[in-house]
Design a protein around this ligand. Sequence first.
Ligand code: ADP
Ligand code: ZN
Ligand code: MG
Length: 481
Amino acid sequence: MEKYEIVIGLEIHAELCTESKLFCNCAYTFGASANDCTCPICLGMPGTLPVINQRALEFAVRAGLAMNCEITSYSKFDRKNYFYPDLPKNYQISQYDLPLCKNGEVTFEFDGQSKTVALRRIHLEEDAGKSIHAEVTGDPTRSFMDFNRAGVPLMEIVSEPEIHSPEEAIAYCRAVKEILEYIEVSDCNMEEGSLRCEPNISLRPRGSQELGTRTEIKNKNSFQELLDAMDYEVKRQARILDSGGEVVQETLLFDANTGKTVAMRGKEEADDYRYFPEPDLVHVQIDNEWIDEIQPTLPELPAARRKRFIADYDISSENAEFLTTTRQIADFFDEAAQLSGEPTTCANWIMGDLTRLLNTAEIEIQDSKVTPAHLNELIQLIDNNTISGKIAKSVLDDAFETGKMPKQIVEEKGLSQITDTSEIEAIVQQVIEENPGPAQDYRDGTKKAIGFLVGQVMKATRGKANPQMVNQILARVLSED
Ligand code: ADP
Ligand code: ZN
Ligand code: MG
């Protein structure tokens, strides 16, 4: 591999979470009964006419702005003609030479460094339906068509071939996914196919400027499969080139079971699709006023947010990375940090106990009964010595379960720390009487014997005594004896 430089460019397809499809009023829900989300337009019936969904255009503009693209003022839709059973019109409405967005960029962290990949374009197109074969129906004699997905708006984000390893390609895809999630244009649910990544891969001799012949791997909707597919394909091309052969430009399918790519079809050229302007739609003109309206609705993007967390909250870059994994986690942290004025403590609770609870319950932070207000109250209770850190964990468990506020839980369960000196002294006296051996050891100079006695006092108070106070009082009482 030292001889070659890997070159990768990606096409990422994201289904937009608009209420209706790209050219009709149908709403699409993943998992709905077959063909329930269809109408004559998305079924491609003769005589029907498409009408562009303005929200889909807006989402594409949002994505374009978030990825520093030029939003083209004049754009159009084109027909991409091909026959496939899941394509009811026998053509897909897409965008050919005049995409909505051009020349963007995506910046992300890779290998401890900031890397920027240029984007060629972002355009809109309609998704196809799905063929249902024997592996689903168990019936090898026929196949079925589900057109629910036909006409769902897809955004295609095309990068320049500027990525130089499979790992870097994954980091790029993750960055794009994160942006799309932050700007709320796609749910990016990879298992449901809302986000699909197609890598184009070629090798060239190190130092060469010319691009090698590429292959394209179809639709990967898991990062692990995407990585495995790219790894396999890079090695396959290297073997071909090593033996003096030539890579054939083609579209490949990666089979996760065998871990190999197989040829799906020879690479089509644009000519094969007989692209022509879609005559049933008007051209799209996006004026600056509309862009100016959309721009301020964009949230702070993940990279900017990470920077701010590090600068304003003094959070390490690893923690900032974690706390911006999703916009909802970042919102939660931001709010809790501002309420409590203790960002580091908030970060520890969120990354530790709260994440453990969320993982066990298999829910996302936004679906949790614990809110930033809960976390803030919990932190205040520790700060003013009402409860110990240990009790706080059980209070959080309880709040997670019931949604009750920490103060209420502490009151109802009588969890307040015992900070009354005389009360602790009484228990200390009793523990010393019951454990004369360790008490004597301490007096004889085995200072660490106090640990056992502290433990006994904590046990007697069910963890509610303030440990520092227990330590001090024990030491005093023992030396007074
Ligand atoms: P299509 O695959 O539909 O023909 P493009 O020609 O626009 O579309 O290229 C698709 C993707 O392939 C882009 O992301 C581009 O960066 C990438 N690409 C093009 N040539 C190469 C190459 N020689 N090696 C790796 N990636 C490439
Ligand atoms: Zn429809
Ligand atoms: Mg392609």
